[in-house]
Design a protein around this ligand. Structure first.
Ligand code: PMP
Length: 351
């Protein structure tokens, strides 16, 4: 291969997703899915849409869903963008909203798709180290940049940046887009959506994959002032990329209408997280404070790879990242109460 092409190929580091095993009797705590099913109203809406309208093409603008999101978050319709999962929304953000004359800033431990998109779209990045306690230190972001992106809570640490700090960051860089990836915000954080009307440089991204139990439907969205949303729409339309399909629009719209179910399942996940965190602490783990639907923990005397392998032998899958500084941590998604108990029982035997 010529040097030119090998450079191009080397830039394209494929994203390595968490394992999706075929065996169904495993306790699957590795990819942060919600352990509870979607709201019955979602299933009903998908069923109805299947029978009534599946022969028809989808609405290219997903207007019904955008309106539901706008109403839910008290926004205007032109402040909402929807995509096939927040990963697609993120891809369009990387293509549309970053300035290329200065580096994009993001934490050195963060969602592993960001470096993949930087490689794909040839975007220079500057990685900002996390503090000793794994928190994001906003003072370290006081440097020239073509944009800033971070998950809040961060992934895979679960640590939350308070909303006041997010606001300080927005004020620090009025000329840069600040993208807050709130995939896990509903499990204990305060969303930056409340700041959208005040800050033209803010874009908030959320997903229905986690707190609304719809990872398989692929629906994510971004909210921000109309200019930013218009830029995303233009890039999406330039590619003639796929609109959301009819089932995704019907199911996602119904999810926003059943707020009681959403609140109830989030509360259950939060309660299980707190109880699992205290059980792990009792077993000698160091557990980072989590505002997400997963826990990031290490055992000072036990090797993380071996622990993950021993759990796997017992049918429990957790996630391990072979990365500097976090290679002794396990990321454990919050399962049902029974799944969390099964994990604690196995760990008690292993340790
Ligand atoms: N952002 C973060 C921080 C995530 O962890 C994930 C899920 N892996 C996503 C975005 C993408 O979620 P989805 O494409 O399912 O909406």
């Amino acid at each position: 291969m010529s040097q030119f092409w090998s450079e191009v190929v080397n830039r394209l580091t494929p994203y390595v997703p968490g394992e999706q095993p075929k065996i169904t009797n495993l306790v699957k705590l590795n990819t942060n899915e919600n352990p509870y099913p979607p709201s019955p109203a979602v299933l009903e809406a998908i069923h109805h849409e299947t029978h009534a309208n599946l022969r028809l093409y989808p609405d290219p603008n997903s207007s019904r869903l955008k309106q539901a999101i706008a109403d839910y978050h008290q926004l205007n319709l032109d402040q909402v963008f929807v995509g096939n999962g927040s990963d697609e929304v993120l891809a369009l953000v990387f293509q549309a909203l970053l300035k290329h004359d200065k580096p994009l800033l993001y934490p050195d431990i963060t969602y592993s798709f960001y470096p993949v998109y930087c490689g794909l779209y040839d975007i220079e990045a500057e990685l900002i180290p996390l503090a000793e306690d794994f928190s994001i230190r906003i003072e370290d972001y006081r440097r020239p940049n073509g944009g800033i992106i971070f998950p809040n809570p961060n992934a895979p640490t679960g640590c939350l940046l308070p909303l006041t700090a997010v606001e300080q960051l927005l004020q620090m860089h009025p000329e840069s887009v600040v993208v807050v990836d709130e995939a896990y915000i509903d499990f204990g954080g305060e969303s930056a959506i409340s700041l959208v009307s005040q800050y033209p440089n803010l874009l908030v991204i959320q997903t229905l994959s986690k707190s609304r139990s719809l990872a398989g439907l692929r629906v994510g969205f971004a909210v921000g002032q109309a200019d930013l949303i218009d830029a995303l729409e233009r890039v999406k339309n330039s590619f003639n990329s796929y609109p959301l399909d009819r089932l995704a629009v019907a199911g996602a719209t119904a999810a926003f209408a059943d707020d009681a179910y959403f609140r109830d399942t989030c509360s259950k996940v939060i309660a299980s997280r707190e109880s699992l965190a205290s059980s792990l602490t009792q077993l000698g783990f160091e557990v980072l404070p989590s505002a997400a639907n997963f826990i990031f923990a290490r055992h000072p005397q036990r090797d993380a790879v071996q622990l993950a392998a021993s759990l796997r032998e017992k049918g429990i899958i957790v996630r391990h990242f072979k990365l500097p500084r976090i290679d002794q941590f396990l990321r454990i998604s919050i399962g049902t109460e029974e799944e969390c108990s099964a994990l604690v029982t196995e760990l008690t035997r292993i340790l």
